[in-house]
Design a protein around this ligand. Structure first.
Ligand SMILES: Nc1ncnc2c1ncn2[C@@H]1O[C@H](COP(=O)(O)OP(=O)(O)OP(=O)(O)O)[C@@H](O)[C@H]1O
Ligand SMILES: [Mg+2]
Length: 262
């Protein structure tokens, strides 16, 4: 299979001063899970946001290309990119609950998302939402849809957010620390859901995580970033079992029970 995404020589600058990403090259094979790891401030979120076309206002892509199925997202008109977002690529944040409106029931918001992209009725949207939640083994989908976000646990809301992305049929799921705000048992459920999506729908996942254990468990490829640059990229085994760079070795050795997750 080919690459769904090819990042070529990407550089991103904030406020015309700080280069947050410098000359980044990265291929994302279709159907794979690629994890980006690295210390805080290394540019992980900036890469994800560049792909999604959701950089903050002071940011500018100074150079490079981001090819999605061979088409350059950097030079694509905003209108065209908007059609891709949601439909073909989705972004899941660390705190998905924050992106939901606390005053509206989950079902209403879920339907709204579907209706904005699909030519279906509201009843059909709700059916689809329920079907997807059932698909990913969420308990009592009807009750979930009839709840306000604050009536569900953080992990539940995170999984609903992921389900919304699935319903849109996104081929590429960008996830920025999707499990970091959750406690360990819920983290595992979210990770398993992401893996099930990959298995079932062939979804490609680009995941940012500071948790090397999660990266090691989920990823086919691991990219290590530092100071806006790619330190190294390789298969899970290459990076976890035989890291070449000292920085990668240091990252891995700082995880106390790495053996358990490998
Ligand atoms: N909106 C912004 N304005 C100015 N500088 C920013 C902005 N967002 C990020 N930066 C800077 O860009 C660099 C990369 O930040 P980024 O958020 O991509 O890192 P990260 O690897 O995701 O870090 P973390 O693990 O803490 O989330 C940092 O030096 C950061 O200070
Ligand atoms: Mg970040």
């Amino acid at each position: 299979m080919g690459n769904i995404l090819e990042i070529r020589d990407l550089s991103v600058i904030y406020d015309e001063r700080d280069t947050a990403v410098r000359g980044l090259n990265m291929d994302v094979p279709e159907g794979s899970v690629v994890a980006i790891v690295g210390e805080s401030g290394s540019g992980k979120s900036t890469v994800i946001r560049s792909v999604m076309g959701l950089l903050s206002s002071g940011a500018r892509i100074a150079s490079g290309e981001i090819l999605f199925h061979g088409k350059d997202l950097v030079r694509m008109p905003e209108k065209q990119k908007r059609l891709l977002r949601g439909r073909r690529m989705s972004l899941i944040f660390q705190d998905a609950a924050a992106s939901l409106d606390p005053r509206k029931k989950i079902g209403y918001q879920y339907a709204e998302v579907l209706l904005s992209h699909m030519d279906i009725t509201k009843a059909e949207a709700l059916d689809k939402a329920e079907e997807t939640l059932r698909h990913i083994s969420m308990p009592d989908p009807g009750r979930i849809l009839d709840s306000y976000p604050f009536e569900l646990s953080g992990g539940m809301v995170q999984r609903v957010a992921i389900a919304m992305a699935v319903s849109m049929g996104s081929e590429l799921l960008l996830a920025d620390e999707p499990t970091s705000a959750l406690d360990v048992t819920i983290q595992i459920q979210v990770v398993d859901l992401l893996m099930e999506m990959k298995r079932r729908f062939g979804t490609t996942i680009m995941l940012v995580t500071h948790n090397i254990g999660v990266a090691s468990y989920m990823a086919d490829l691991i990219a290590v970033m530092r100071h806006g640059e790619l330190v190294e990229i390789g298969t899970r085994d290459e990076i976890i079992l035989a890291p070449k760079q000292d920085y990668t070795k240091m990252l891995i050795s700082s995880v106390p029970d790495m053996e358990v997750t490998v």
